[in-house]
Design a protein around this ligand. Structure first.
Ligand code: AMP
Length: 524
């Protein structure tokens, strides 16, 4: 039996982007629709302006960055999940999660107004496929600080593939999702077959995006300015903020025009700089090559070749750059088709996923809102199925033959989930009373280069165990992204269980205190 959620409450899908965020909802006809913000824009700049208790999010805050940028902050997403990262904005310290929560609060409130005042209580939020567990948990924390019940965190390329696969039911295609946004790059290979979307391989870079292309223009303009005036305009924080805006505008123009012009003013001096598309492409060629290398590796990881790829889905605003499309055309031997709106498909997929999750959770009796979709259109959502892969290797710390700590992989990156793996380890000393199992995530054997996901302790051992007693460690990754760990000592028939479900990140108290802090502010 369902305990019904707040009557009238609804769930949405949210693409919380580095530069822009988008919210969508599936309507009564089963169609995902973007919900515009209060400025009637379909995408909201992920920029925050703070002064006293007054917070402004979106285009006004973005315009403010172009006027010098005091009290504003942008490009928050790459910092999410960094435990100690603090931003000083408007004279106060904020965590990346709190700032992200302000962005969420703004467009959720706007969306509520736009859909007739229905409270938005539940959401699915998307993240790059390459995000670590820590970054996923922090994204979930940001949602909770904003007062949302986060039903699920899903990968952006999976969401894009859902939006695509949903419209093209019954197709059988290998699809490459090339997602170049403002601050992150993701590539994912998928098989869409009937109603099932299977992830085959994924890779990416959480520190590569349109912003890096902008910075190349800034450097070019600054060098020209230095040559003419002997002054580096990047030294002045206000001018630098303005340069960011101008460089981005110049880049956008170069997606349409063969050349453009920027005017840089600093310390009463002015300079006009001409820039051709060819120059822009030359100065950013290495960035594009980085994405090409990642693309090649991802296709290889799946044991495939570009000739096996039937379709490339372009996601993220930066895929509008002419050079990106040219490179993909060279690799594919044909022009990539523009099947989806690159700015909106992730949020649409998240909204589709929200309906799938609502149905599953309600079947299990959870108090989540009823989807708006009319019964006759629900069948499509019931039939959709996603098969995911693990985006980072999971393992534990053990001692190697030289007694050095190393990370031993248990579930490799790229493994299909759900997945269960067992590996046998041995105790390192005589008479061990307890065994500490450090669970790690990462592609390196050096523990320092990996992230610690959690720890599980096998306690109360008999005390007379000889060194090298075998311990079986079992890792089980479930469909909903949880990791269950079991350690068994076959010699003494002792078993311990532990569940790691995004245990790192903020504590419940920290989330609550941040939530109270954000709730006390006026956000517009
Ligand atoms: P997203 O995070 O997906 O919203 O992507 C935003 C990024 O796409 C920003 O870096 C924008 O500057 C960039 N972008 C948007 N439109 C264009 C365009 N027409 N040409 C080049 N870059 C663009």
């Amino acid at each position: 039996m369902n305990r019904d959620a707040d009557p009238g409450a609804v769930a949405v899908g949210i693409d919380l982007g580095t530069t822009y965020s988008v919210v969508a909802q599936v309507d009564a006809n089963g169609q995902p629709q973007i919900i515009p913000n209060s400025e009637n824009q379909r995408t909201t700049p992920s920029v925050v302006y703070i002064e006293g208790g007054q917070i402004v999010v979106g285009s006004v805050a973005k315009e403010q960055t172009q006027l010098g940028g005091a009290n504003t902050i942008q490009f928050i997403k790459p910092f999410i999940g960094r435990r100690r990262k603090r931003f000083i904005v408007g004279g106060q310290e904020w965590t990346p999660e709190e700032l992200s929560a302000m962005i969420l609060r703004k467009f959720v409130a706007d969306a509520e107004n736009n859909i007739g005042g229905h409270p938005i209580t539940h959401a699915v939020i998307t993240v790059p496929a390459f995000f670590t567990e820590q970054q996923r948990k922090s994204t979930e924390d940001a949602g909770r600080i904003a007062g949302l019940n986060v039903m699920s965190i899903i990968n952006e390329p999976t969401a894009a593939a859902l939006a695509y696969g949903f419209d093209a039911l019954g197709i059988d295609k290998t699809v490459l999702v090339y997602d170049l946004g403002g601050g992150t790059f993701d590539v994912t290979l998928m098989r869409i077959s009937g109603h099932t979307i299977t992830m085959l391989a994924t890779d990416g870079d959480v520190q590569l995006g349109g912003k890096d292309w902008d910075e190349r223009i800034i450097d070019y303009a600054a060098e020209s300015f230095i040559k003419n005036h002997g002054v580096d305009p990047r030294q002045d924080p206000d001018t630098l903020q303005m340069l960011y805006g101008q460089a981005e505008q110049a880049k956008l123009r170069l997606s349409k025009l063969p050349s453009t012009r920027l005017t840089v003013t600093s310390q009463g001096l002015a300079d006009t700089i001409d820039l051709t598309r060819e120059q822009f492409e030359d100065m950013t060629d290495d960035l594009l090559s980085q994405t090409e290398t990642t693309l090649r590796l991802t296709v290889q990881q799946a044991g495939m070749d570009f000739k096996h790829v039937d379709e490339i889905l372009l996601v993220g605003g930066s895929t509008r750059m002419v050079a990106v499309r040219r490179m993909l055309q060279r690799l594919m031997g044909r022009e990539p088709r523009h099947l989806l709106n690159p700015d909106e498909c992730v949020a649409q997929g998240a909204a589709i996923h929200a309906v799938m999750t609502q149905m599953r959770l309600r079947e299990n009796g959870a108090a989540v809102p009823r989807p708006l979709v009319r019964e006759e259109h629900l069948e499509r959502f019931r039939q959709m199925e996603e098969r995911l892969i693990n985006s980072h290797t999971l393992g534990i710390i053990a001692l190697d033959a030289q007694g050095k700590q190393v990370v031993v992989p248990i579930i490799p990156r790229g493994a299909h989930i759900p997945r269960k793996e067992i590996k046998t380890f041995r105790t390192s000393a005589d008479n061990q009373q307890q065994i500490r199992i450090m669970v790690m995530e990462g592609e390196n054997t050096n523990p320092e280069a990996c992230a610690q996901l959690g720890m599980c302790l096998v306690k109360g051992l008999p005390g007379d165990l000889p060194k090298a007693t075998p311990i079986e460690v079992c890792f089980e990754c479930t469909q909903d992204g949880q990791l269950h760990i079991q350690a068994r000592l076959p010699m003494i028939h002792q078993t311990v269980h532990s569940q790691i479900a995004r245990t790192m990140g903020m504590t419940e108290e920290e989330i609550l205190s941040s939530r109270q802090r954000i709730e006390s502010l006026t956000i517009s």
